[in-house]
Design a protein around this ligand. Structure first.
Ligand code: PMP
Length: 285
């Protein structure tokens, strides 16, 4: 079955779908994006993702490409047309098409909207979680506005590639104070030997992950202690457990950091429990 993309007002076969070469997303990475998980054909936590999208757009002074309710319809329709039961839906909004000039277009242009959806292999994801993943640490080299979910992802791309070339799945950025910020496409967490779950606060250096926010509700409900504070790679090496969160991964156990085993080198029990409980706390639409 061919895949269908929503592109600026039309549902198109992906083989024919295209955007203008002067789209500012293509020229300047002048745009933002969101990724939501799809489960049982439903979109997971869509209202939270759309709230974050609106915030990202506001920070960059890009207009919403259409009213929120219309955007929800486009997302659902893209999922439906691609017949995705488990997978992800991706949406990207750029400032639009204008003759190439760094400053914003003088005459306002319509923001461009692309929505795609694709199926993922749930069993493969579960198998990865059952084994756990390896992480490497790399120096933080991103701009300070990582709170904006911008499509400008070169440092993330390079970090992820470095992870792959070192037989790891994810790279954790480490800031100039020696603290882990987050992964190239995930938030970073550890569990201390006395059972406390640690993750950096959203005040600086990280994206406010939706999975992170929902997981905090899971922790509260399960009465697991949470500490929002920075941690170092050295503390992570000695942790009982580690994991990452992202919409496409949910809770993914980390069993190796920079080649060192975490705990007994197997996915931790708290990480696996959080993974299992997670969707009881998600909103499906
Ligand atoms: N940090 C970064 C840099 C990311 O790219 C992502 C995934 N989009 C996350 C954190 C996790 O965010 P979420 O849980 O909303 O997918």
């Amino acid at each position: 079955m061919s895949r269908i993309a929503y592109v600026n007002g039309q549902y198109r076969d992906m083989r024919d779908a295209s955007v203008n070469i002067e789209d500012r997303g293509y020229q300047f990475s002048d745009g933002v994006y969101e990724v939501c998980e799809i489960r049982g054909g439903k979109v997971v936590d869509m209202p939270r993702h759309l709230t974050r999208l609106q915030r990202s757009l506001r920070e960059l002074r890009i207009d919403m490409p259409m009213p929120l309710a219309a955007l929800e319809i486009v997302i659902h329709e893209t999922v439906r047309r691609n017949r995705v039961s488990y997978g992800i839906v991706y949406l990207q909004v750029t400032r639009g098409v204008a003759r190439r000039d760094h400053a914003f277009p003088v005459n306002p242009v319509k923001p461009a909207l692309v929505v795609t959806a694709r199926g993922l292999n749930l069993q493969k994801n579960q198998d990865t979680a059952a084994k756990g993943i390896g992480v490497i640490t790399v120096p933080e080299n991103r701009w300070p506005r990582v709170d904006i979910k911008s499509v400008s992802l070169l440092p993330n791309v390079l970090a992820k590639q470095q992870a792959r070339e070192n037989s790891a799945y994810e790279a954790w950025f480490v800031d100039h104070n020696g603290h882990v910020t987050e992964g190239s496409s995930s938030n970073a967490w550890i569990v201390t030997t006395d059972g406390k779950v640690i993750t950096r606060s959203v005040d600086s250096g990280i994206l406010a992950g939706i999975t992170r926010a929902v997981l905090m509700e899971v922790l509260a409900a399960l009465q697991i202690k949470l500490e929002e504070r920075p941690f170092t790679p050295a503390e992570a090496y000695e942790a009982a457990e580690a994991f990452v969160t992202a919409s496409s991964q949910i809770v993914m156990p980390v069993v190796r950091i920079d080649g060192r085993n975490i705990g007994d080198g197997k996915p931790g029990s708290i990480s696996m429990r959080l993974r299992e409980e997670f969707h009881r706390f998600s909103a499906f639409s």
